[in-house]
Design a protein around this ligand. Sequence first.
Ligand code: MTE
Ligand code: MO
Length: 427
Amino acid sequence: DPFADDPARHPDLIMRTQKPCNAETPGQALSAQFITPNELFYVRNHMWVPKVSSEEAEAHVLTVELPDGTTKKYTLRDLKTKFAKRKVTAVLQCSGNRRSHMSKGSGRPTNGLQWEAGAISNASWEGVLLADILADAGFDAATVRDGTSEAQHVQFSGMEAYGASIPIRKAVDPQGDVLLAYGMNGQPLPRDHGYPLRSIVPGHVAARSVKWLNHITLSDEESPSQWQRKDYKCFGPNQTKVDWESAPAIQELPVQSAITGVKLGDWKASEESASSDSPEKEVALDGYAYSGGGRSVIRVDVSLDDGKTWSQANLLRDEAPKLDSKAWSWKRWKFNGAVPLEAFKTPEDAAASHDSDEDRNTIRRGTARRSANEGGQNSKGDRRCTTVAIKATDEAYNTQPESHAATWNFRGNLATAWHRVQVCTDC
Ligand code: MTE
Ligand code: MO
């Protein structure tokens, strides 16, 4: 059993698969802190966790190979002692984050781990700049700027055979902040997160942040691995038999947000009209918003009526250190509002309006809704629900699509449609 040596995991992680370990961060932890604690940081492993003892770690060798085939070797000790230490606070998000929402929201199954909103976390990473190591190994970054570089990609390989690559431009970008990290939130990297060394590629899909890193190859080609070439790409909603080479590998991520906490408060008199006898239910929401490429989130919009009307959430003060070149961390947000009694529908009714993006106006659903109402199930005393929705906008004014149907792809990558959550109460 190659998984016999895998580390123990925190019981609060939501385990999707044990072998290999794929586990998401619980909503509570996503809501609670700007920095995700190491033991609650989501885990996405394709294979087992390579075993490196603490005695072996300092002598762990990273080989850097230039386009002409020459190599230079660095031990972890070299990296720690001979190069400037850098700290970067950055989100990692799996391209499959919220995949289950895409499957359910579109009514079309997708292939892959059915993550909810917890395949994303934020940490402060310590290590050395990849750019510093490439320069030391003899790579001239000026050739990237003047267009004469033979190397177009930086390929990363992990000890258990996983591999991926990033464009060389990102690696040498003075504002790229790509790290070879040996520390996470002030601790050595935990085994699940790449001990003793991993790449951290801020703003890019986490699949490029290769764990248990032992080899870097500068090449005119992308990593030959299946994860670079035959996975982590998106196609159109109609495309199910695809030519993998026809689509670029996902690198920078699109804008994303999710609701990770919902609290219902008391009923109170409506503020709109003092004479109204219709009470309102207090609703408190919180969650995260994030965009790739270092684009900061500028606004988070909240709807308490499934997208008909919108308000703005409060963005919490940025806790990322100023020395980060760009917005590599998420923004957390909070919203306090109230939902009028009339907006709470029977579960059947609410389901008809949000369960399936495509189905919402069909006769079949319409009939279901009418018969539910005729049955008198929305009388006082019943459980009733409303659908709240969230979407974020980044500094390039990119925003999230309304429906998962519009961006459905058979692998369920980049599920970024509005996050809708049904909120229920006993009226
Ligand atoms: N690196 C190695 N060596 N092996 C892996 O399975 N998974 C990738 C990436 N790097 C992976 C890897 C994927 S798909 C993701 S989402 C992130 O690691 C997850 O990082 P985490 O487990 O530290 O959250
Ligand atoms: Mo991933």
